[in-house]
Ligand binder design. Structure first.
Ligand SMILES: C[S@@+](CC[C@H](N)C(=O)[O-])C[C@H]1O[C@@H](n2cnc3c(N)ncnc32)[C@H](O)[C@@H]1O
Length: 243
């Protein structure tokens, strides 16, 4: 099986098995063709940044963008349903793929303002460019947001938090507290986790932490078909409401 190493990650040219051993080092499949040296929740900051950069750099070849957008659309509709889409934080914004949901021909109502945050500085720069394409967006900004960082936002000033393909990584208590602080009471935080059955302990711990901070968390199983083969992908969608 041929592949290349980039920033400590292994990139294959075709989808591979769940785990690969190369010269005694175990690599875990993360996206179909990207392999990481630890399970996602154990990656350190630099390793997460390497994954984030690979996703931005190789976007269309590494991830199935059509399928990712289907998942993100469904997730965003959860915010629309509860009128929480006006002032939105895109937590773990990556390159700002969220903006693509509102591209030409989209019937989705875009947020009035979007604030993209990520621990990767390259990601926040790319997302800023992407958000500029959102039709009728009144305000958009991005910022680096990692462990111990504060958000330049008033208490209770955000109506919704959106997070796609992020929460299977390590999320710091300080970040959860900060996200809770800026969310309006009754505001909603939505995220997906497609690795929940592989690493159930991670999402259980996360839910416990969020409940302790003052969120009421619920979850729902979802299935998506990923073109071109239309194979079924299972996701867990989470919704946390600030009490
Ligand atoms: C797989 S990418 C998803 C990007 C984007 N949300 C999307 O759906 O295309 C995950 C992103 O989450 C970011 N990330 C991971 N853990 C994070 C954390 N604890 N705090 C902030 N950003 C984080 C990574 O840097 C990366 O850009």
């Amino acid at each position: 099986m041929s592949g290349v190493f980039e920033d400590g990650l292994l990139i294959l040219r075709q989808p591979g098995p769940p785990i690969i051993s190369v010269e005694g080092i175990i690599y875990y499949r993360y996206m179909d063709q990207l392999y990481i040296p630890k399970v996602p929740a154990l990656l350190d900051k630099d390793e997460v940044i390497a994954v984030s950069n690979a996703r931005i750099k190789h976007a269309e070849s590494l991830i199935n963008v059509r399928y990712s957008l289907c998942v993100m659309r469904d997730l965003y509709e959860n915010l629309l349903r509860v009128n929480a889409h006006k002032k939105v934080i895109d937590f773990g914004c990556g390159g700002g793929l969220l903006a693509r949901l509102f591209g030409p021909g989209s019937d989705l109502e875009p947020p009035q303002s979007v604030f993209g945050v990520d621990l990767n500085p390259v990601a926040v720069d790319s997302a800023l460019v992407a958000y500029a394409q959102i039709p009728n967006v009144r305000e958009f900004k991005t910022s680096v947001f990692g462990e111990g960082d504060t958000l330049q936002l008033e208490d209770n000033s955000i109506t919704g938090i959106f997070s796609s393909f992020v929460m299977h990584f390590k999320v710091f208590d300080s970040q959860l507290k900060e996200l809770h602080r800026v969310l309006v009471p009754g505001g909603t935080f939505v995220w997906n986790d497609y690795l929940h059955s592989r690493y159930p302990g991670h999402s259980q711990k996360l839910i416990k932490k969020m409940s302790d901070i003052g969120f009421e968390v619920s979850k729902e199983k979802k299935e998506f078909r990923a073109p071109p083969e239309n194979d079924i992908k299972h996701h867990m969608f989470f919704r946390a409401v600030k009490l």
